[in-house]
Design a protein around this ligand. Structure first.
Ligand code: FES
Length: 163
């Protein structure tokens, strides 16, 4: 769904092999993958994990933290849902399952029309007004399922390009 292919695996592995011995190798590897592919291919996660002895969750956590990294190439809109504690206490879990169901994707995936990519994020500095989401550069607070649907509807008529 996110455009990865087996053919890029050797290229990914070469980047990992070249950089894995550097201190804090994860970031240089992710930067090089982003520069090479314009996103972090999904099949890179397991390869990086194996080389650096890190879990997929740890690697996804770093990818989500840095806005520079994208997990898909061509989608127009990046929708990020805050999964940090304060937002979870305010209903982010219900929101994320609604978002996944509505968009028909899991985290790190793009909709079939490549219009929207759904990503998790960990705190957007809007904790007292959660659940919080970010769409492109815009942060929305108190996002319930109704507000989410309304924001998503707007995305079909606006052009908020991901970085
Ligand atoms: S916990 Fe969600 S914005 Fe801080």
């Amino acid at each position: 769904m996110n455009g990865t292919s087996v053919t890029n695996e050797q290229q990914i592995q070469a980047i990992i092999d070249q950089l894995k011995h550097k201190p804090g190798a994860l970031l240089p590897i992710l930067h090089q993958l982003q520069n090479t592919f314009e996103y972090i291919p999904a099949n890179a996660i397991a390869l990086i994990g194996r080389a650096l002895h890190q879990t997929s969750a740890e690697i996804h956590g770093v990818i989500s933290f840095y806005r520079h990294f994208h997990t898909s190439k061509d989608s127009t809109h990046r929708v990020e849902i805050c999964r940090a504690e304060a937002c979870q206490a305010r209903g982010a879990r219900a929101l994320e399952s609604h978002a996944k169901k509505t968009l028909g994707v899991d985290y790190h995936q793009s909709t079939a029309d490549r219009n929207i990519t759904l990503d998790p994020v960990y705190c957007l500095g809007n904790c007292s007004c959660g659940p919080t989401i970010r769409v492109g550069e815009h942060i929305y607070g108190r996002v319930d399922t109704e507000k989410f649907d309304s924001i998503i509807r707007q995305l079909t008529t606006t052009t908020v390009h991901i970085q």
